[in-house]
Write a protein that binds this ligand. Structure first.
Ligand code: ATP
Ligand code: MG
Length: 393
């Protein structure tokens, strides 16, 4: 059955008081954008609800997938629309709906009627009882359970009637664009696309920065990051990706600093550059995929020393308390995993020391960084000035 309509359920937006309409508007806009390629749809607000109405044929799975990418939506209910609300016709349609959805299965149900049209000849209670009785007649194996039914058959009577029972889970969260903008440090790995997704889910619009080190990192590695940006943009909306050529800066660090401190110093400089670009782009936070203890540069001591480099913007690390497997589970769910595991090199791994420090001291690192003075500034400036922009959408 292809449904004419979908009822959209949302949770957290409902708590936003006067701002609720702003959140709803942004969510509706995002829904329209994602539905556009799949047919002719109208997204509208009505009686404090959001509906999607189809005015053309469409592929059900495609539409579900598109709506499943809109943060803010917690549930999608496919609705059968009944134009003729005469009770006999309504009862007939309810039976047809149950037949198409559940067949002659052995299930419990409850009818939950609501009517806006107070001139309707039956009260909500009467609709519940009478349609319940009709269904029991038509489906001898079904039973009523008013406390814990398998099927909650919702019937809303207005100028037309809506029948629905299934709720397909949405992604939840808040619509992107309702909570400022963040700059994600996007590498080709598993963690940072997940971090990007998690922060976008809280309504934050994203831009991204990738540190590329040709020829040590290949074009394919760069393309992989662009591809990951595109996958995340399904949920987060278009992402402006800043690609920094990091090679000269990295070589300068390599030539001048102790090798066991390379990763820490490199990360600090990445953070500084990311912050500079983020401030220019009016972002209010930096986002990374770090998780405590995952590698030597993510011990608590390392994170402390690296974090000191971002001295203006807060750094959000939504994966911080997750195990690797938990991060992988999310990346599989959002569809980035297969791309993330493609085996292309990252600039952090290319220059990694055999025995990197795991308990760096800030003073010691700053002492080592002094060796870069007079050498790195120009390279740093050139890297920031010459960033390449790619739009991931
Ligand atoms: P990921 O799976 O996200 O690559 P990781 O486990 O490989 O993370 P690290 O290489 O230590 O961990 O990187 C930690 C974080 O630093 C990443 O999650 C990402 O946010 C950022 N990062 C690392 N390398 C790059 C890069 N080349 N460009 C941009 N950001 C990077
Ligand atoms: Mg990585």
């Amino acid at each position: 059955m292809n449904y004419k309509m979908f009822l959209i359920k949302y949770a957290e937006i409902g708590t936003k008081g006067k701002n609720r309409y702003v959140f709803e508007d942004i969510m509706c806009r995002r829904m329209r954008a994602l539905l556009k390629p799949h047919g002719k749809f109208e997204v509208r607000r009505e009686y404090g609800r959001i509906y999607v109405e189809a005015f053309s044929d469409y592929d059900y799975d495609d539409v579900m997938e598109a709506l499943g990418c809109v943060f803010g939506i917690v549930g999608i209910c496919p609705v059968r629309v009944v134009e003729n609300t005469d009770f006999d016709n309504l009862a007939k349609e309810a039976v047809a709906y149950m037949q198409e959805e559940y067949g002659q299965s052995c299930k419990t149900f409850k009818v939950n009627a609501r009517r806006n049209d107070k001139t309707y000849p039956k009260s909500s209670m009467e609709i519940n009882c009478d349609i319940g009785a009709t269904i029991l007649d038509a489906f001898p194996d079904m039973r009523v359970d008013v406390h814990n039914p398998d099927i909650m058959l919702n019937i809303e009577v207005r100028n037309v009637a809506y029948i629905y029972s299934r709720i397909i889970q949405g992604p939840g969260g808040l619509p992107v664009g309702t909570n400022g903008k963040g700059m994600v440090l996007l590498s080709g790995g598993i963690d940072s696309p997940v971090a990007a997704y998690m922060i976008a889910k809280r309504g934050v619009e994203l831009e991204a920065v990738y540190f590329h080190a040709p020829p040590y990192t290949s074009e394919r590695a760069k393309q992989k990051v662009v591809d990951l940006g595109k996958l995340v943009s399904r949920y987060a909306g278009p992402i402006k990706l800043h690609i920094v050529n990091f090679t000269d800066v990295q070589l300068c660090i390599y030539d001048n600093c102790p090798h066991d401190e390379l990763t820490i110093i490199m990360k600090r400089i990445m953070y500084k550059m990311a912050q500079e670009i983020a401030l220019k782009e009016e972002c209010q936070c930096i986002i990374t995929g770090e998780s405590i203890g995952q590698v030597s540069s993510q011990t608590t001591q390392s994170l402390y020393v690296i974090n000191q480099a971002a001295d203006i913007l807060p750094v959000f690390r939504p994966c911080i308390g997750l195990d690797k497997q938990e991060i992988i589970d999310i990346s599989e769910k959002i569809g980035t995993y297969e791309t993330s595991i493609l085996p292309y090199e990252d600039c952090c791994t290319t220059f990694v020391a055999k025995h990197p420090v795991t308990k760096p001291k800030e003073e010691q690192i700053m002492e080592s960084e002094k060796k870069l003075e007079g050498k790195i500034e120009e390279l740093y400036k050139k890297a920031v000035d010459e960033v390449q922009i790619v739009f991931c959408r």
